[in-house]
Each structure stands twice: as C-alpha cells, then as structure tokens.
Design a protein around this ligand. Structure first.
Ligand code: FES
Length: 106
C-alpha cells in the first residue's frame, strides 16, 4: 500500500496509507489531514485540495490537466510551479512515498 507524506506549514509530517486508485485528496480526507478540504468531492471545481508536490516527485506526478490548470489560476492564492490539485493525482504504486506540502490557505 503506497504511503503519502503530507507536510504542513509548521513542518509537521503525517504519513498515511493510500489505496491505489484513490486520489491523494481522498487519502488525505479519509485520514483527517488538516488543510486538505476537498469540498467538491474531487470534481475539480473547488480548489480546496491544493498542494505543492515535492521536487523529488514532480516528474512522476506530472503537470496539471487543462481544467485543473484553469482552476489553479482562478482559485488558488499562491500558485507555484509545484501546485497541483490533489484530487487530480491518482495514487499508484509508483507514487509510494509521495510527499506534498500543504499551502497556507485553501
Ligand atoms: Fe475540489 Fe479537488 S476536491 S478541486
């Protein structure tokens, strides 16, 4: 079962067991990770699941799709190159150890 590491602003790390096929957002919400809300349930319409993907995983995670890219532009306070909506990142075995940083606000 792949593990996903969530790092909050204060540096606290929380490691969760994620199911292959679920989204990183779903794994976060299921495990009560603070700062990941997932208000729209993963429909790419709320941007409350914003994360910054750690540099070590940027290549394997890849970039945002068109719809996600638009929402990141409109709905995120501090968009960066590493910004992704975690509901649009499906968990795979290749993502074991995936580390994401939680933004200051959603
Ligand atoms: Fe709403 Fe990701 S959960 S955009």
């Amino acid at each position: 079962m792949p593990k996903v590491v969530f790092i909050s602003l204060d540096g606290a790390q929380r490691v969760v067991d994620a199911h292959v096929g679920e989204s990183v957002m779903a794994a976060a919400v299921r495990n009560g990770i603070p700062g990941i809300i997932g208000e729209c349930g993963g429909n790419c319409s709320c941007a409350t699941c914003h994360v910054y993907v750690d540099d070590d995983f940027a290549a394997v995670v890849g970039g945002a799709n068109d719809m996600e890219d638009d929402l990141l532009d409109l709905g995120v306070a501090d968009r960066r190159d590493a910004s992704r909506l975690s509901c649009q990142i499906p968990v795979t075995e290749d993502l074991d150890g995936l580390t994401v940083h939680i933004p200051a606000e959603q």
